[in-house]
Design a protein around this ligand. Structure first.
Ligand code: PBG
Ligand code: ZN
Length: 334
């Protein structure tokens, strides 16, 4: 046999040849851009751990969405920072709450020209900083607080309905409570919102990659951690059970989070499902690249593009990323 029969370098001979055999294409239309909106401020607040990311006053939201839309990005994901927190997280389902007001302004201004997604959770709104309702737990030396699953479902459903009322197209519960998708689906349908989609954080891991987000959204737990509801990063089969139960409960799109350290799960979900698969490239993934780029160790844009393409290549249809606006231009130019 003459060496070598297969010379793969032939496929890489010219730029045109390389473009013809390209397997993965990332487009701005694959991306969702997170938007932080804070109640009671007049000027943007810089998020120190996430250079380039700011919390916006309500008055800046329309302008921000305009720039997202003109970059070719079809969707935003709203995160709210309320001016007051309480035990019940009631500012989360206030019809006049910060996410609700932002959503109604965006939906009035843009109509169907932007997809409005919003985070459905309690941690930004509760004094405890937990994603569910707290109750005194039984036993074990007397009543340490627990995150109560079933009473949290009612609240999450209320949040989702109030967001739908204000014009949100896709609600994205991130609390990792069992049954949250079916509770929200039932409540939405009962309130006449059968056309509002649910994109749950299906396999959301307890992750060190969320630290910068907690700066951005002021939602760090005030005691304990989230390990009784978020998944351990060691378990891939359990992640598939989480995803499958969300599908059974009526999820329209499933999501894996974080993205970069969890590409095996993205690929496995893609193999198993015919539903759209989303991946959330979280704050820490962004912060790492930004910090290394600021130090001059890497080319930040090149690394961001490589990471996002890897998430798409693993099988994600939709990528929530803080790089959305930065990379959209280079994607169209590629
Ligand atoms: C809270 C929430 C978190 C993120 C999205 N929603 C943080 C957490 O669970 O502690 C993380 C997003 C990011 O890091 O970009 N429910
Ligand atoms: Zn939460």
């Amino acid at each position: 046999m003459r060496f070598p029969i297969r010379r793969l370098r032939r496929l890489r001979k010219t730029a045109k040849m390389r473009s013809m055999i390209r397997e993965t294409t990332l487009l701005p239309s694959d991306l969702v851009c997170p938007v932080f909106v804070q109640e009671g401020i007049d000027e943007r607040i810089t998020v120190e751990s996430m250079p380039g990311i700011q919390r916006l006053p309500l008055s800046d939201v329309i302008g921000e969405v305009e720039s997202i839309k003109s970059a070719g990005i079809p969707a935003i994901m709203l995160f709210g920072l309320p001016s007051s927190k309480d035990d019940a997280g009631s500012s989360a389902f206030d019809g006049d709450g910060i996410v609700q007001r932002a959503a109604s302004e965006v939906s009035r201004a843009f109509g169907d020209d932007i997809v409005i997604m919003s985070d459905v959770c309690l941690c930004q709104y509760t004094l405890s900083g937990h994603c569910g309702v707290i109750r005194d737990g039984p036993g074990r030396g007397g009543g340490s607080p627990v995150i109560d699953n079933d009473s949290s479902l009612e609240v999450l459903a209320k949040i989702a309905v109030s967001q739908a009322e204000s014009g949100v197209d896709v609600v994205s519960p991130s609390a990792m409570m069992d049954g949250q998708v079916s509770a929200i689906r039932t409540a939405l349908d009962d309130s006449g919102f059968s056309d509002v989609l649910i994109m749950p954080h299906s396999a959301k891991h307890r992750s060190g990659f969320y630290s910068p987000f907690r700066d951005a959204a002021e939602c760090a737990p005030q005691f304990g951690d989230r390990s009784t509801y978020q998944m351990p990063y060691t378990n891939a089969r359990e992640a598939m059970l989480e995803i499958e139960s969300d599908v059974e409960e009526g999820a329209d799109i499933v999501m894996i989070k974080p993205a970069l350290a969890y590409l095996d799960l993205v690929a496995e979900a893609r193999r198993r499902l015919d539903l759209p698969v989303a991946a959330f490239s979280v704050s820490g993934e962004y912060a790492l690249v930004r910090a290394a780029a600021a130090a001059g160790y890497v080319d930040g844009t090149q690394i961001a593009l490589e990471i996002l393409h890897s998430i798409k290549r693993a099988g994600a249809d939709i990528i929530v990323t803080y790089f959305a606006k930065d990379v959209a231009g280079s994607l169209l130019a590629e």
